[in-house]
Design a protein around this ligand. Structure first.
Ligand code: NOJ
Length: 513
């Protein structure tokens, strides 16, 4: 496991809406460089940068037209190189977003692939035998090219699936993963990774990592493919890290990913802590003050994953990402403080989504932008100050609107407010850096959890981490615990007493044991 991940806290940056330095209404790489000190000041020492490659932006850049070229609207490859170098000088790391499952339909490989007959790139994508052949169970775009076949898509229709082969062959147009043309796709992917690693980036967040080999229910083929790739990348670039969008650590970390995200899938452990909102709008997340959550659901799944992967890599908790609503949509400031306290005191490598540190709102009712649809409200510009466009851009046409200065939060104001969420985030990250027990590979043991009850208490090395997000005070029996332990940090009233934890409404404490 990568040494530098032990004490890493990542900050996710959506380049189009972080900071615009040239006044065109869209964030840019120079803007990120300018704000590195801000990110570092929060305590984050690594950045995940969402796709910044040349693209027609039908899916906000997850539709790559040229994997080796920075999107001109963000800057140049030279700017990216500068970003890597400046970050390194400040002791920070930068990972890029790798999209291996599909390209844009404007990618040169795809244009070649669409030509009639057979050429070097025909099989770079997945085609049926002819346009009349459109088997059920797959998603195809039909009859739009000169090539006599329908092409498979991996996400939107503008994102043709790259061909790494099929695990089970069920039709004559499917190639096995060891077909030379599928191996050529794999090698082309490695070539892209090496291109950016050679330029100085520190690794990749890997988009839809589980989607590469088709007809692969148990993911055996996909895991073998990643084993091949991660082995080579780690051998040639021993410090590079890879984090997968898979949300199945038992698989992802076994095939060489250094980290895997817990994402918000209904019924998932992570979801039940922070994002369990019923269809009727009732908040049943454990971290809601309603007190209707169930941390035991999380513990069951998490302990299994943690034990199964403990020597392989890290599970990453996120405050949010560019695909999910910000938690501020259903949580107030106090609830967010407690929720983040969990995210920053768990094992594994935590990720903070830009703007979450100030509780930026999820903006309702926006028209979809660049394939954002329901995700658009979570992608609005960073709110830096109380000026025009909250200081994001001087342009009259920002990429997306910000809240109205004066009516919404901004960094400048939250820095000044002593008890703001921003300061809690900074404190929590600082504690994580200070106490090795709280870092990625520190031990984890549940001290108190009961079905549908509060509080939830766990132990990290010599520290007890205690949560009572509910609005009612609670006590929990903890046999053997002595009174008079030092409280290192707390929100609200919470302490360890003789044989028990005593917790006021909506409280959190970090106590030495
Ligand atoms: C997952 C990414 O996070 C999302 O934003 C994107 O639309 C899809 N993968 C397709 O690449």
């Amino acid at each position: 496991m990568q040494e530098w991940l032990k004490d890493s806290v990542f900050y996710e940056i959506y380049p189009q809406t972080f900071y615009d330095t040239n006044g065109d209404g869209i964030g840019d790489i120079k803007g990120i460089i300018e704000k590195l000190d801000y990110v570092k000041g929060l305590g984050c020492n690594a950045i995940w940068l969402n796709p910044c490659f040349d693209s027609p932006f039908m899916d906000a850049g997850y539709d790559v037209r040229d994997y080796k070229r920075c999107a001109p609207r963000y800057g140049t490859n030279e700017d990216l190189k500068n970003l890597f170098e400046t970050a390194h000088q400040k002791g920070m790391h930068i990972i890029l977003d790798l999209v291996p499952g599909h390209t844009s339909d404007e990618h040169a490989w795809f244009k070649e692939s669409c030509k009639p007959g057979h050429n070097e790139y025909t099989n770079r994508f997945v085609w049926t035998s002819n346009v009349w052949d459109s088997p059920e169970g797959y998603r195809f775009v039909c009859g739009t090219t000169d090539h006599d076949g329908n092409y498979m898509v991996n996400f939107f229709s503008s994102q043709p699936a790259l061909n790494y082969g099929f695990h089970k062959i069920t039709h004559d147009w499917q190639l096995p993963a060891d077909h030379p043309d599928c191996i050529a796709t794999r090698e082309a992917l490695k070539d892209i990774m090496k291109f950016w690693l050679d330029m100085g980036c520190d690794g990749f967040r890997v988009d839809m990592a589980d989607s590469l080999i088709k007809n692969d229910e148990e993911k055996e083929g996909t895991m073998a493919l990643w084993q091949n790739i991660t082995e080579e990348i780690h051998r040639e670039y021993p410090k590079a890290v890879l984090v997968s969008e898979w949300s199945c650590p038992k698989r992802a970390l076994k095939c060489g990913f250094d980290m895997d995200f817990y994402l918000d899938h209904w019924g998932h452990g992570y979801h039940s802590l922070f994002r369990e909102i019923t269809k009727e709008g009732e908040n049943r997340s454990f971290f809601s003050k309603e007190g209707k959550g169930n941390a035991a659901l999380f513990v069951k799944e998490y302990m299994e994953d943690l034990l199964a992967t403990k020597h392989d890599g890290y599970i990453s908790f996120i405050t949010c990402n560019h695909d999910t609503p910000r938690m501020s949509r259903w949580m107030d400031e106090r609830e967010l403080k407690l929720a983040y306290a969990a995210i920053f005191t768990m094992p594994g490598v935590p990720f903070l989504y830009y703007g979450d540190e100030i509780g930026m709102p999820f903006m309702e009712g926006l028209v979809s932008k660049e394939g954002g649809f329901s995700r658009t409200g979570t992608r609005t510009p960073m709110q830096w100050n109380g000026e025009k466009n909250c200081g994001f851009t001087t342009s009259d046409a920002p990429y997306l609107p910000t809240g109205k200065p004066g009516e919404t939060v901004n960094v400048e104001q939250e820095e000044k407010r002593a008890d703001s969420l921003y300061h809690t985030v900074k404190d929590l990250i600082a504690l994580r850096h200070k106490y090795e027990d709280l870092q990625s590979d520190g031990s984890f043991e549940v001290l108190y959890v009961k079905e549908n009850e509060y509080p939830f208490i766990y132990r990290r090395g010599n520290l007890a981490v205690m949560f009572n997000p509910g609005a009612k005070p609670v006590e929990a029996s903890l046999p053997g615990v002595k009174a008079g332990q030092e409280t290192i940090y707390s929100i609200g009233e919470a302490s360890l007493q003789e044989g028990k934890a005593v917790m006021g409404a909506q409280s959190f404490a970090l106590v030495r044991m």
